[in-house]
Structure formats: structure tokens, C-alpha cells
Design a protein around this ligand. Sequence first.
Ligand SMILES: [Zn+2]
Length: 60
Amino acid sequence: MANTDIKIVTKTTVSCNGNTSSSGHPNVFLTLDAHTHEVTCPYCSQKFKLDPNAKVSAGH
Ligand SMILES: [Zn+2]
């Protein structure tokens, strides 16, 4: 099993329930870091990264 897989997402908020691991964990919502556009799930260490082509409102 590759543990360096990064899930590419198109939203700055993602949910994770650890379904990539054998045990799983309660569903949690994670917010991507505003600067790195990445977040790592504290439960299963799944990495999420924002799709660079995703259109995210910058709040201007
Ligand atoms: Zn997780």
C-alpha cells in the first residue's frame, strides 16, 4: 500500500473517514491550509491537495 498518495480535491473543505485505511475513523471535515493548499488528516495521515486548476473564490 502506498502511503504517500495525495488526494487531489477541488474544494478547500474536504471530509475524510479513513476509508483508505483498513480501520477507518469517524468522518471529519478538514480545511486546506490557506497558503499551502494542503492538509493532512490527523487520523489516517491521508494527504489532500487542492487541484491547481480548481476555481476557488479568493474572497476579493
Ligand atoms: Zn482520515
